[in-house]
Design a binder for this molecule. Structure first.
Ligand code: AKG
Length: 293
């Protein structure tokens, strides 16, 4: 990994905060126009779900005129967790709007300050519709690295972006600063939500969460929270009446394990080999030549 002071958009103070605390909040990094393609992709998926539910006789109205933050919640109002979870707790569809977001120069520029100019978009990206009353919306304390303990892929940086304001009420992200300096802690699969999230073992949680170590991160839509894949974090249940829409995108230097067992990532930015950076068509076709060197 080559950090170069000339590259990237973060200030020295922001980089220092990320290195020390393991995370960084960039308030309203993205404009409405930056978010529009991802919202359109989410809307496309919600349309498909509404069609499915309607065809299966589970709903009588597809609620086409319901606003983006509430439509998916209203569609599942009279249904169960199980109905919702058949679509997965998070989504990883190849819809152009997600590629446009992942390639957004404001996001890539911030990441460049942390890992240098040769940037690979990790295959693990999630679109999270955190729907009220669905238990799987609340994510237990974990380190992302537990999901890829054997991959030679440190640092993987998560860029977490809410598409609606993330609040205490709708279940914003919570972090425990400086835990990125720890090894991967023992973990297990939780059994409460029906989705088997990985969770840090109880024996560590008491110490980690005492002394008001926990930082809640309510942020406006379009903000970015960048964090290290060893940082312990979680999110709380959605007690609002709308969906807490967010994405978690991941980036790493090109000299790391591309983690193909998780899907196809892509070369998102390169000053050395700009001609190899993936286009939308490459991404849609999952072309392997846009992997790391
Ligand atoms: O979005 C959330 O609620 C949790 C996100 C998370 O755990 C992650 O991005 O690793």
């Amino acid at each position: 990994m080559e950090r170069n002071a000339c590259y990237g958009t973060l200030t020295a103070q922001q980089i220092e905060h990320y290195d020390r605390e393991g995370y960084l909040v960039i308030q309203t990094l993205l404009t409405e126009a930056d978010m529009a393609p991802a919202r359109a992709a989410m809307t496309e998926k919600v349309n498909q779900i509404a069609d499915d539910l309607f065809r299966d006789g589970k709903i009588k109205n597809k609620l086409e005129h319901e606003p983006f933050p509430t439509r998916l919640a209203r569609l599942f109002d009279g249904l169960t967790d199980k109905d919702f979870l058949q679509y997965g707790r998070s989504w990883r569809d190849r819809i152009p709007g997600y590629f446009i977001l992942m390639s957004n120069p404001k996001i890539v520029g911030a990441v460049e300050s942390l890992i240098g100019s040769e940037i690979f978009a990790n295959p693990v990206y999630n679109v999270r519709p955190k729907v009220p009353k669905v238990a799987a919306g609340a994510v237990p304390w974990h380190q992302d690295k537990s999901y890829w303990p054997d991959a030679n892929s440190n640092p993987v940086i998560t860029v977490w972006i809410p598409l609606v304001d993330a609040t205490h009420e709708n279940g914003c992200l919570h972090v425990i600063p400086r835990t990125q300096k720890k090894r991967v802690l023992d973990y297990h699969r939780e059994s409460l939500t029906g989705t088997s999230y990985l969770e840090v073992d109880e024996k560590y949680l008491k110490t980690l969460t005492q002394n008001a170590n926990i930082v809640a991160l309510p942020v406006p839509a379009g903000s970015a929270i960048l964090f290290n894949d060893r940082l312990v974090h979680s999110s709380t249940p959605n007690r609002s009446n709308h969906v807490r829409w967010s994405v978690d995108l991941r980036y790493q230097p090109t000299d790391q394990d591309p983690m193909p067992q998780h899907g196809a990532g892509f070369l998102v930015s390169s000053r050395k080999h700009p001609q190899r950076v993936a286009t939308l068509e490459d991404w849609l076709a999952q072309r392997p030549e846009h992997g790391p060197d």
